[in-house]
Write a protein that binds this ligand. Structure first.
Ligand code: HEC
Length: 141
């Protein structure tokens, strides 16, 4: 049976999932689609967060990665801030920087900066932050 749908209504019905239910809903019993890769930051490490034994890379990925990995909003904002100053797009990733010091990183994380909200000791403990700051600073104090 052919049901006539007035053309101006079609986008609305598609958006509501009424015109093409098969697009809006996966078939019954099927597995959900895989997560997009940009959401695949490291899982929260187990263990004592006050004396962290996790690697700095894991801690950075887990606590900072949802903004500072590729496609994160921190990466995007830093790219927009830095490129007009002549910095390369790759330098928007904190892991590519060689000008960050431990003290600067700790101050930014605890106080926040611009569009970055401050991270409390619940978000990232002092022990975890010490590792992340050393990792990002790459030896610079
Ligand atoms: C909610 C998102 C978010 C999280 C989580 C986050 N950041 Fe940021 N970060 C930003 C944004 C956005 C900026 C750019 C701020 C601006 O310039 O307005 C930024 C900037 C920075 C800067 C300054 C870089 C510069 O060039 O001066 C440092 C350092 C930094 N973040 C470190 C971290 C670390 C370490 C963590 C994890 C402990 C972290 N951030 C977690 C969003 C985030």
């Amino acid at each position: 049976m052919f049901v006539h749908i007035p053309t101006p209504l079609l986008p609305l019905l598609v958006m509501l999932g009424l015109a093409m239910p098969s697009l809006a809903m996966p078939p019954e019993g099927s597995a959900p689609p895989p997560m997009p890769t940009y959401q695949m930051r490291a899982a929260t490490p187990d263990g004592d967060r006050l004396n962290s034994t996790a690697t700095a890379e894991t801690l950075f990925s887990n606590h900072c990665g949802y903004c500072h990995l590729p496609y994160g909003m921190g990466t995007t904002v830093l790219m927009m801030r830095r490129m007009p100053m002549g910095a390369s797009p790759a330098s928007a990733l904190l892991t590519n920087r060689d000008d960050l010091t431990v003290d600067y990183i700790k101050a930014v994380v605890r106080q926040g900066i611009g569009a970055m909200p401050r991270q409390t000791r619940v978000d990232i403990t002092d022990s975890e932050l010490a590792k992340v700051a050393d990792f990002l600073a790459g030896g610079s104090q």
